[in-house]
Write a protein that binds this ligand. Structure first.
Ligand code: ADP
Ligand code: ZN
Ligand code: ZN
Length: 760
C-alpha cells in the first residue's frame, strides 16, 4: 500500500497556496513525517520545489486519480522541523497576516543551512585594508551599509556572511555588490558547532517569600493553569511599577506550573537589554532553560532549537520570534513589558508576538500573563472590559520610594537666550552627581549628529533624492577625516557628502539643526571634560555583544554618564544612578502617530523609574517646551491610571485601537502613474465590496487612495489606503479579498497590515 502527503510549497503565493497532494515513493516510505521538508515537482516549473509536509494521507483523495499524482523527489529533512501545532498556527497566521502557509512556517523553522548538515559556510574579508580605509575617508561609498561592513571587517578581519548580515543588519545582495566592486572577497570557512556545555556560571537562588499581593497573583495564575479547558482564553494583566515584584511572580508561578509537568514560555522585548531576567531564570532553573534571541549565531540558535524539540528543556525565554518555540505542552506564557514595539514584526509575515502568544495560549490551554509597569492602552483596556483579569502589585519592594520628578520649562531658558542641551538646573545637578561619584542617565531619542542640515539664509533642507525625507548628519568614526560629517538617509541608508554651500541660494551659511546623540556626547564632554561618557544607540550597538558590553561597563561604574536613545530606558537596574533626565521630551510628542502619547508616556515613566534604585533617593528631570502637556504631567507623577483615562477617551472619540482598527494598504512602485493606478484599482475593488455586502461592512470606513506621508522611499513611490472598522475580522476579510482579487500593474507591489506600527 502506498501513502500520500499533502504539502505546501515555499515558492508560492496566496492564489495557489493550498495543500497539494503527492505520492510517497517506496524508497522514502517511513522517512517522512508531518513537518518534514521535501522536494516536489510542480506544474511545469523546471526545478523541483521545496515544500513542507502538512498532512500524511493513507489513501488518495477521491477527486484525484492515481496517474495524475506526481511523486516526492527528495526528502530534505525527515525529522520534522515544525510541529503540528505550528502548522495549525501557520493556518491562523495566513488568515490574519496575509502570508502563505510556508512563509509562516519559514519564520518558525530553525535556520535551514544547518538542518541540512552543511559543514562549511561562506565568509568575507577585506581585499585590502589600506584601500578600504581610503574608501572610508573619501566620498565614493554610496551606502552607509558599505561603511558599516568595512568598519566591521576592519575590526574583526573576517566573519561568516550570516554573522556579518546579522551584526551589521544588511542583506546578502549588499555583500555581493561589495564583492563585485572588489572591496571584499568571499572564502569558505568551517562552521563551528557550538559547544553544548557552554552555559555560563550561575548561582542558585531561592524563591523570595512572596508578599500577600504577589501570593494572590501567583495563586490566581497557578489555579487557572490547573483548569484544563482548552479553547477558553485565560489571560491576566500583571500591572505594577518597576521593582514591584512582577518577575518574582513569573518565576514562582513558573516553578509551580512546571511541577505540573507543563512547559513555560517567557517573552522579553529584546534579550540583550534584559540580561537581568535571563540571569534570574538561570539561577532559578539552571540547565532547564533555552535562550532564543535575534543576536544568536545560526549555530547557537540551532542548538537551542534542538534542545526544545527533543524536550531536553522545559523553559524557553526569548525575544519576538521565540514566541514560535516548538513547545507542545505549554502551561504558562509570560509576555514581559507587553507594551514594547519590538514584539511587532516589520517584515512579512507582520505578526505581533502578543497575538501569537494569545493564539498559542488558546491552542494549548495555557495561561497568558502580560506584565507591565506602563501597559499598552489596548491591553489595559482588555482588563477593564472583562477580556482579561487585572492583577496589581501596588508598590516597590523595599524601602526606597518613587523618585522625585521635576519638569523643566525650557521656554524660559530659551527666552534668556540660552540654547543648548542642558538647562541650568540640570547642569548643576549633573555637576554635583559627578562630584559625589554617582552616575547619571540621559535620554535623547534621536541618533546621529544632527537631525538635518539646513540653509540658515533661505531655509533649504538637505533631503534624500530617493526618499521623501530629510537626511541626518552622522560623524565619521575612522581614519584621518574622523569628526567630519556625512549625510545618511535613515530610510534607504544612502550616503551623501555635506555640501559646502546651499544649492539654492549659494549661501555658505548652512549647518545642522536638532541635536542627536553623537553631537550631545561632544557637547557634554565639553561641559564636563573629566566625566566618562558612554553612548548607546543603534550606531554603537551593531555587534552581537555591544549592548551587553555597554551596560555592564556602566554597571561596573566604568563611566559616569550613560547617554542614549530609548534603548537606555528599558529594564536595567543600576544601583548607583541617582540622576536621570529626558533631554527633549517634546521630540516624542506630535510625531503624527496615533500611538505617540502612549510611547512617550512609557519612555518617560521608564526613565523616572531608572533613578534611585539603590540606597540614595534619585532625581529625575524632564526638559520640555510643553510643561502643561498631559503626557508629561502624568509621566512626571508616574500616574499611569490618570494617563490611561485621558488617553482611552481620546482613542474612543477617534475610534482608534482598541475601539476601532486600522487596516492599511501600502502600494509601492517605481512609476508614479502605475503606482497610482494600482492604488485606484484596490480602492475601487474595496469600495465595491463594501457596497455589495453593505451588511457586513456597515461600520467600515475607507479612505481615498492617496500618497503616503513619506511618498517616496528607496526610489519607489508610495500610496496608502486606510480602512477602519471596529472589528479586526471584518477588516481582515476586506483586505484579504481586495488583495487577492485585484490585479496590479507590472512592478507595483502591495503590502497590507492591520494596526501597523508605523503609518508613514
Ligand atoms: P519587577 O519585575 O516588577 O521589576 P522584581 O521581581 O524584579 O520586580 O523585584 C524587584 C526586586 O525586589 C528584585 O531585586 C527582587 O529580587 C526583589 N523581590 C521581589 N519580590 C520580593 C519579595 N517577596 N521579597 C523580597 N524581595 C523581593
Ligand atoms: Zn540657501
Ligand atoms: Zn533615502
Amino acid at each position: 500500500m502506498s501513502s500520500y502527503v499533502n504539502v505546501h510549497l515555499t515558492n508560492s503565493n496566496r492564489s495557489f497556496d493550498s495543500p497539494w497532494t503527492y505520492k510517497v515513493p517506496e524508497n522514502f516510505e517511513g522517512q517522512i513525517s508531518v513537518g518534514s521538508v521535501v522536494k516536489v515537482p510542480f506544474a511545469n516549473r523546471r526545478k523541483a520545489e521545496r515544500a513542507y509536509v502538512t498532512e500524511i494521507l493513507n489513501k488518495l483523495p477521491d477527486h484525484l486519480s492515481e496517474d495524475k499524482v506526481k511523486a516526492v523527489v527528495a526528502v530534505l529533512t525527515g525529522e520534522a522541523v515544525v510541529t503540528s501545532e505550528q502548522i495549525t498556527l501557520a493556518r491562523e497566521m495566513k488568515r490574519r497576516y496575509f502570508c502563505t502557509i510556508a512563509e509562516a512556517l519559514d519564520t518558525m523553522a530553525p535556520p535551514y543551512v544547518l538542518t541540512s548538515g552543511s559543514k562549511s559556510t561562506q565568509a568575507a574579508r577585506l581585499v585590502d585594508r589600506e584601500s578600504a580605509l581610503d574608501l572610508l575617508e573619501g566620498d565614493d561609498l554610496r551606502s552607509i551599509n558599505h561603511v558599516r561592513i568595512i568598519e566591521f571587517l576592519l575590526e574583526y578581519n573576517s566573519a561568516p556572511l550570516n554573522e556579518i548580515r546579522q551584526a551589521v543588519g544588511v542583506s546578502q545582495a549588499i555583500l555581493k555588490t561589495m564583492e563585485k566592486n572588489g572591496i571584499i572577497e568571499f572564502f569558505r570557512t568551517r562552521v563551528e558547532k557550538e559547544d553544548d556545555t557552554k552555559i555560563p556560571a550561575y548561582e542558585h537562588e531561592l524563591p523570595k517569600i512572596a508578599t500577600p499581593e504577589q501570593n494572590f497573583a501567583i495563586d490566581s495564575i497557578v489555579s487557572a493553569a490547573t483548569e484544563s479547558d482548552k479553547h477558553e482564553l485565560k489571560e491576566y494583566m500583571l500591572y505594577g511599577v518597576t521593582g514591584s515584584g512582577k518577575t518574582e511572580v513569573y518565576l514562582q508561578a513558573a516553578r509551580q506550573i512546571l511541577s505540573m509537568g507543563k512547559e513555560i514560555l517567557i517573552m522579553v522585548p529584546e534579550i540583550s537589554l534584559t540580561p537581568l531576567m535571563t540571569r534570574r531564570l538561570r539561577s532559578r532553573f539552571g540547565e532547564n532553560l533555552a535562550i532564543l534571541h535575534s543576536r544568536l549565531s545560526p549555530a547557537e540558535r540551532y542548538q537551542a532549537w534542538k534542545k526544545i524539540i527533543r524536550k531536553q528543556v522545559q523553559i524557553v525565554v526569548g525575544a519576538r520570534s521565540a514566541v514560535f518555540a516548538p513547545l507542545e505542552n505549554i502551561g504558562l506564557i509570560v509576555v514581559d513589558e507587553e507594551q514594547e514595539g519590538t514584539y511587532k514584526a516589520e517584515t512579512k509575515p507582520r505578526y505581533h508576538a502578543l497575538e501569537i502568544a494569545r493564539m498559542r495560549a488558546m491552542l494549548q490551554g495555557a495561561v497568558l500573563v502580560l506584565g507591565s509597569a506602563t501597559p499598552s492602552v489596548s491591553s489595559f483596556y482588555r482588563s477593564q472590559s472583562g477580556k482579561s483579569q487585572l492583577l496589581t502589585l501596588p508598590k516597590r519592594i523595599g524601602t526606597h520610594g518613587v523618585a522625585q520628578v521635576q519638569i523643566v520649562d525650557m521656554r524660559r531658558q530659551l527666552m534668556r537666550g540660552r540654547k543648548g542641551l542642558l538647562s541650568d538646573v540640570l547642569e548643576d545637578e549633573l555637576r554635583q552627581i559627578l562630584e559625589k561619584q554617582q552616575q547619571a542617565m540621559l535620554l535623547l531619542n534621536r541618533r546621529g549628529f544632527s537631525r538635518s542640515i539646513i540653509c540658515y539664509k533661505c531655509g533649504w533642507q538637505m533631503r534624500c533624492n530617493h526618499c521623501d525625507v530629510a537626511l541626518t548628519a552622522h560623524r565619521r568614526s575612522w581614519g584621518h577625516s574622523e569628526d567630519s560629517l556625512r549625510m545618511v538617509c535613515h530610510y534607504c541608508d544612502r550616503l551623501r557628502p555635506v555640501p559646502r554651500k546651499c544649492p539654492v541660494c549659494d549661501s555658505e551659511h548652512i549647518g545642522g539643526v536638532g541635536m542627536g546623540t553623537q553631537q550631545a556626547e561632544i557637547a557634554l564632554q565639553e561641559d564636563f571634560p573629566q566625566a566618562r561618557i558612554l553612548r548607546m544607540d543603534q550606531d554603537t550597538t551593531r555587534s552581537r555583544t555591544s549592548h551587553d558590553d555597554i551596560l555592564s561597563a556602566f554597571s561596573r561604574h566604568e563611566a559616569d554618564i550613560l547617554l542614549g536613545t530609548q534603548m537606555i530606558a528599558k529594564g536595567h537596574d543600576f544601583h548607583n544612578v541617582t540622576l536621570s533626565a529626558v533631554l527633549s521630551a517634546d521630540q516624542m510628542l506630535g510625531t503624527g502617530d496615533y500611538r505617540d502619547a502612549e510611547t512617550a508616556f512609557q519612555l518617560m515613566a521608564q526613565m523616572a523609574g531608572r533613578s534611585g534604585r539603590g540606597q540614595e533617593a534619585g532625581k529625575v528631570f524632564f526638559q520640555t517646551l510643553q510643561p502643561e502637556h498631559f503626557v508629561i504631567r502624568t509621566a512626571a507623577a508616574q500616574d499611569y491610571e490618570t494617563f490611561y483615562r485621558e488617553e482611552i477617551s481620546f482613542r474612543e472619540r477617534m475610534q482608534y485601537p482598541p475601539f476601532g482598527h486600522l487596516g492599511v494598504f501600502f502600494i509601492r512602485g517605481f512609476s508614479p502613474e502605475d503606482t497610482a493606478e494600482g492604488a485606484q484599482a484596490l480602492h475601487a475593488y474595496a469600495s465595491e465590496l463594501i457596497d455589495q455586502y453593505g451588511g457586513s461592512f456597515k461600520n467600515t470606513d475607507l479612505s481615498a487612495a492617496a500618497p503616503a506621508p513619506i511618498n517616496k522611499m528607496r526610489d519607489r513611490y508610495r500610496f496608502r489606503i486606510i480602512a477602519r472598522d471596529p472589528s479586526v475580522e471584518v477588516l481582515t476579510r476586506l483586505l484579504q479579498l481586495t488583495v487577492d482579487n485585484t490585479k496590479m500593474p507590472e512592478q507595483v507591489f502591495v503590502s497590507v497590515d492591520i494596526d501597523p506600527w508605523s503609518m508613514l
